[in-house]
Design a protein around this ligand. Structure first.
Ligand code: DQA
Length: 150
């Protein structure tokens, strides 16, 4: 059987993990996040395709290109969570099962982080669990795609 493919998108400034605000995001780097996601996907028998961009339109293009290529999307849209109707619309347009992840819990931070446009196109949200949120998102999609979750 072909492995299910999951596109894992990370938005702006997540490439600077380890360096950026370590008191909020921790000291582990983006490369370590990539390794972690690949390991979790492997353990679940999934194929993870990792993508990071600091540019809204590039993320929209990547979501569009995912149609027919992958089975689901895990997305940490970073700051675009709180601003991007374009990314919300792209997720809605392709209609792939999507899960939103945040390393921190945006609800516990500044008021402007309490709004998530992108969550409106996502089936689930995992926040405040650090790297583990990506594992929880992959587990959710794995069950969802194998029909164990409606
Ligand atoms: C973030 C939370 C966002 O509010 C912030 O803009 C980020 C990272 C997180 O993973 O906790 O860049 O998405």
């Amino acid at each position: 059987m072909n492995k299910k493919k999951i596109l894992v998108i990370n938005g702006p400034n997540l490439n600077l993990l380890g360096l950026r605000e370590p008191s909020i995001y921790g000291r582990k780097t983006y490369t370590e996040l990539e390794d972690y996601v690949n390991q979790c996907a492997h353990a679940l028998g999934l194929d993870a395709v990792l993508f990071q961009s600091n540019h809204e339109g590039v993320i929209v293009d990547r979501i569009q290109a995912a149609l027919g290529e992958v089975d689901g999307i895990v997305i940490n849209p970073a700051a675009y969570t709180h601003t991007s109707i374009a990314i919300l619309d792209a997720l809605k347009a392709v209609g792939l099962p999507a899960v939103e992840v945040h390393l921190s819990d945006p609800e516990q931070r500044e008021p402007f982080r309490r709004v998530s446009y992108t969550a409106l196109a996502c089936e689930r949200r995992f926040v405040g669990c650090g790297f583990e949120g990506y594992r929880l998102a992959l587990e959710y999609l794995n069950e969802r795609l194998s029909g164990r979750k409606a």
